[in-house]
Design a protein around this ligand. Structure first.
Ligand code: PNS
Length: 162
């Protein structure tokens, strides 16, 4: 049985993340989507809200995917969960340097956990949580980029300021 961890900030969840989760669920026996709790970045969505949204979307759709929250080193969390694989989505060449660094550093810390990179569908190759937040904040449409529940929440969050 292979357990894979798909870690990230997911602030917020996009269709690009969903695409990677779908591919992972087909490839691995169990997938843990792990939300980082102690990020250096100030999040827009609280961890509780991200967990709620992701469970709402993923639970009815995948039998072998669970959503969890983690802090500390990713490799320690992976060991604790007895995971053999870390999944990361890679979009363009610009992602490569950061992902390469992280994968090799994680391998140095724990050599028996393998990082697997996956490419999302090409129509999501320019999609990022950062851009979604920026567009929503400036009043643009994020329809088709994020699930409806995220779209609605973004509208609520930025309504007060506009
Ligand atoms: O979606 P993100 O923000 O690019 O995800 C980054 C994440 C969560 C994968 C990365 O920040 C991480 O693994 N953080 C946990 C702390 C850790 O293990 N740091 C050392 C990485 S080599």
């Amino acid at each position: 049985m292979t357990t894979a961890i798909y870690p990230g900030s997911f602030d917020p969840l996009t269709f690009g993340h969903l695409d990677i989760i779908e591919r992972s669920a087909r490839l691995f026996d169990n997938v843990i989507v792990a939300i980082l709790t102690n990020s250096q970045k100030v999040p827009l969505f609280t961890v509780e809200e991200r967990t709620y949204i992701m469970r709402e979307i993923l639970q009815p759709r995948f039998r072998n995917v669970v959503v969890d929250v983690f802090g500390g080193l990713l490799v320690d969390y992976a060991k604790q969960k007895k995971a053999q694989v870390i999944v990361r989505g890679i979009r363009a060449v610009t992602d490569y340097e950061y992902e390469f660094q992280m994968a090799l550093m994680n391998r140095r810390l724990t050599p028996d956990i393998e990082t697997v990179f996956m490419m999302p569908a090409e129509n999501y190759s320019y999609l990022s949580s950062r851009l979604v937040k920026e567009i929503a904040e400036l009043g643009g449409s994020v329809a088709g980029l994020v699930p409806e529940i995220v779209e609605k929440r973004l509208k609520q969050l930025f309504k007060k300021e506009n």
